[in-house]
Ligand binder design. Structure first.
Ligand SMILES: NC(=O)c1ccc[n+]([C@@H]2O[C@H](COP(=O)([O-])OP(=O)(O)OC[C@H]3O[C@@H](n4cnc5c(N)ncnc54)[C@H](OP(=O)(O)O)[C@@H]3O)[C@@H](O)[C@H]2O)c1
Length: 340
C-alpha cells in the first residue's frame, strides 16, 4: 500500500528567490484575482487553506476587490501563530490612484483591509493612469486616458519611495512594464524596483524582458503561469492558445505522471522566476505548491519547453489604450519605442 499524500508542504522546503539582496520571496505564491467571477469570500477561504497547506506568499491588489475579505483570513492566520515575518504579502496600486497623495492613501487602505502593518512588496499595477471599472468590456476607455508619460510615472514612483521611508512597504516593484520604460525608471529611481511582475507561461516566455530584469538584479514574478484558463471574457481573443493543451507540455506531464499545470509551474520556477497561480480549489493549490518541491525537469524537457514559445500574450490590456483606432500592441512599446 502506498502512503497517503500529505495535505501540506513544508514551507522551508519551497525554494525562494533573493530580493534586493536580503529578503526571500517564496517561488510559488497564491494569486488572488477572481477574474471578476470568483467571490471575495471564496478567495479569502483559499488564502486560509493555502497558507495552512504551506504557502507563504500571497499576491493581492486593491482592484481585485477582495483585500478586506483576505485580511480577515490573514488576521486569523496571524492570530493562530503564523508570524508576520514568515509571510510575503504583495499588493498593488491601481491606475486611478497614481496621484501623489492617492498613493499613500491607497497603500494605507490596502494595509487596513489586509490587517497588516506593512507590505513586503508594493507594485505599480500598470504604467498607465487609465482607469476602467471592474467587469467592463474590452471597448471601455477612460475619458482622460493618456499614454505613458515618464515624468508622471516618476511622480507616482516618488510617492512609492515615500512609503518605504514611512515603513509601510519593504520593497517596491513594477508590473506590466517593458524594457524602454524600465530603462527610464532605473535611470531616475532613488529606490530601484526589486521585482517586475509580468505575464509568463510556456506560450508567452518574454525571454528578452525576463533576462533583462534578471541581469539587473530584479526578480521576475510570472502572472497567469497556467495560461489563465479562467480569465475574464474581455481578455479572450480567437487567436489565444492554450498552454496546458500544448503537446509538449502534455507529453512531459504524461511521462512523469503529473497534470500539465505542474509542468508549467515547475518550468517557471526552474527557469529562475517566481509564479503566482490562482486557485480556489484545494486540490489544485496544493498541487501547484508541490510543483515547487518536486524533482526538477530534465535539461531536455526544459529545452523542449523553451521551444514552444508562441509569443501569445493573453492579458493584452486593451482597456488601457488612450486613443481611438489603436492596437493593443501600442501598450507594449513595439520596436522599443514608447508611443505617445
Ligand atoms: N500584474 C497583473 O497585471 C496581473 C494580471 C493577471 C494576473 N495577475 C496575478 O496572477 C495571478 C494568476 O493569474 P491568473 O489567475 O490570470 O491565471 P493562472 O494562475 O494561470 O490560472 C488560474 C486558473 O487556472 C485554474 N487552475 C489553477 N490551478 C490549477 C490546476 N492545478 N489544475 C487545473 N487548473 C488549475 C484556476 O481554477 P481553479 O480555481 O478551479 O483551480 C483558474 O481558473 C492572479 O490571480 C493575480 O494575482 C496579475
Amino acid at each position: 500500500m502506498t502512503a497517503p499524500e500529505k495535505m501540506s508542504v513544508d514551507p522551508a522546503a519551497v525554494p525562494a528567490l533573493r530580493v534586493a539582496g536580503d529578503a526571500l520571496l517564496p517561488a510559488i505564491g497564491l494569486g488572488t484575482f477572481g477574474s471578476d467571477s470568483v467571490p471575495a469570500e471564496a478567495v479569502a477561504k483559499a488564502v486560509m487553506g493555502a497558507v495552512s497547506a504551506g504557502y507563504r506568499h500571497v499576491d493581492c491588489a486593491s482592484v481585485y476587490g477582495n483585500e478586506r475579505a483576505i485580511g480577515c483570513s490573514l488576521g486569523r492566520l496571524l492570530a493562530s501563530g503564523i508570524r508576520r515575518d514568515e509571510l510575503w504579502i504583495t499588493s498593488k496600486l491601481w491606475n486611478d490612484k497614481h496621484a501623489e497623495r492617492d498613493v499613500i492613501l491607497s497603500c494605507e487602505q490596502s494595509l487596513r483591509d489586509l490587517q497588516l502593518d506593512y507590505l513586503d512588496l508594493y507594485l505599480v499595477h500598470w504604467p498607465f493612469p487609465n482607469y476602467h471599472p471592474p467587469g467592463c468590456d474590452v471597448t471601455a476607455r477612460s475619458a482622460d486616458a493618456s499614454p505613458y508619460i515618464h515624468e508622471r510615472y516618476m511622480a507616482t514612483w516618488r510617492s512609492m519611495e515615500k512609503l518605504v521611508a514611512m515603513g509601510l512597504v519593504r520593497h517596491l516593484g513594477t508590473s506590466n512594464m517593458t524594457v524602454p520604460k524600465l530603462e527610464l525608471l532605473l535611470r531616475d529611481a532613488a529606490i530601484r524596483p526589486a521585482v517586475n511582475q509580468m505575464e509568463l507561461h510556456p506560450h508567452f516566455q518574454q525571454q528578452e524582458l525576463f533576462r533583462w530584469v534578471q541581469h539587473r538584479g530584479i526578480v521576475p514574478v510570472g502572472y497567469s503561469p497556467l495560461g489563465s484558463p479562467g480569465r475574464p471574457e474581455r481578455d479572450r481573443t480567437p487567436d489565444d492558445t492554450v498552454d496546458m493543451e500544448d503537446p509538449v507540455i502534455v507529453a512531459i506531464a504524461r511521462r512523469i505522471g503529473v497534470h500539465p499545470s505542474v509542468v508549467c509551474l515547475r518550468w517557471a520556477i526552474q527557469r529562475g522566476g517566481a509564479a503566482i497561480p490562482f486557485s480556489v480549489n484545494p486540490a489544485h493549490y496544493l498541487s501547484n505548491l508541490r510543483a515547487a518541491v518536486m524533482r526538477p525537469l530534465s535539461d531536455e524537457d526544459m529545452t523542449a519547453i523553451a521551444g514552444i514559445d508562441r509569443g501569445c500574450r493573453l492579458i493584452k490590456g486593451q482597456v488601457f489604450l488612450w486613443r481611438e483606432g489603436q492596437s493593443w500592441e501600442d501598450l507594449w512599446d513595439p520596436g522599443g519605442r514608447i508611443p505617445q
